[in-house]
Ligand binder design. Structure first.
Ligand code: MN
Length: 207
């Protein structure tokens, strides 16, 4: 049985970047539905005692295609949202901290090495988020040698299925931004840099 993950901040802590209303729908309703669906699906199956990562990797393709990807889609969406909701921190001060909020240490070194600069990384990440057609996720991920890549994943997919370690993500399903930004996906992605908790992303990178 899986449980709805707890938020490491108050539901209004990410305002004005993400409103309390969006958090309540996105975490309290969308994510809760994926958790409820997966728990019903896995009861009494081989997946019942597996970690999420293993369900996602083992339920791709094959016979599971014939089952409408239900295991994969629900487990993938839980994994994706758990990583998403735990990567943010409260907006501090006047909310104008875009340039101040940046990675440091080994993660910054890797970003500079693999993308040229933090600014170039952010530009490529936003561009990949804006150009992802339909619903999905854009990810910062690391390969087994620690090389960083940005991947576009449709629907419930996660770079873990490509053997990559997921580090940071932006959800480009409309439910992530429609209440606050309507159809302005680019404006939403640009605003999210203010609330990325780079200490948490560094922790995942070193793990
Ligand atoms: Mn979502």
């Amino acid at each position: 049985m899986f449980s709805l993950i707890s938020l490491p901040y108050a539901p209004d802590a990410l305002e004005p970047v993400i409103s309390q209303e969006t958090i309540e729908f996105h975490h309290g309703k969308h994510l809760q539905t994926y958790v409820d669906n997966l728990n019903k699906l896995i009861a009494g199956t081989e997946f019942e005692s597996m970690p999420l990562e293993e369900i996602v990797c083992k339920s791709q393709g094959g016979i599971f295609l014939a089952q409408g990807h239900d295991y994969f889609n629900n487990a993938g969406q839980i994994l994706n949202h758990n990583l998403y909701f735990t990567q943010f921190k409260a907006v501090t001060g006047d909310g104008v901290q875009v340039t101040a909020n940046a990675p440091t240490g080994a993660l910054l070194d890797a970003i500079n090495r693999d993308f040229g600069s933090f600014e170039a990384f952010k530009a490529e990440f936003e561009q990949k988020g804006v150009t992802l057609f339909g619903s999905g996720w854009v990810w910062l991920a690391a390969d087994k040698d620690g090389k960083l890549v940005i991947t576009q994943e449709s629907n419930a997919n996660n770079p873990i299925t490509k053997g990559l370690k997921p580090l940071m993500t932006m959800d480009v399903w409309e439910h992530a931004y429609y209440i606050d930004y309507r159809n302005r996906r680019a404006a939403h992605l640009q605003a999210l840099w203010q609330i990325i908790n780079w200490e948490e992303i560094s922790r995942r990178f070193k793990e």
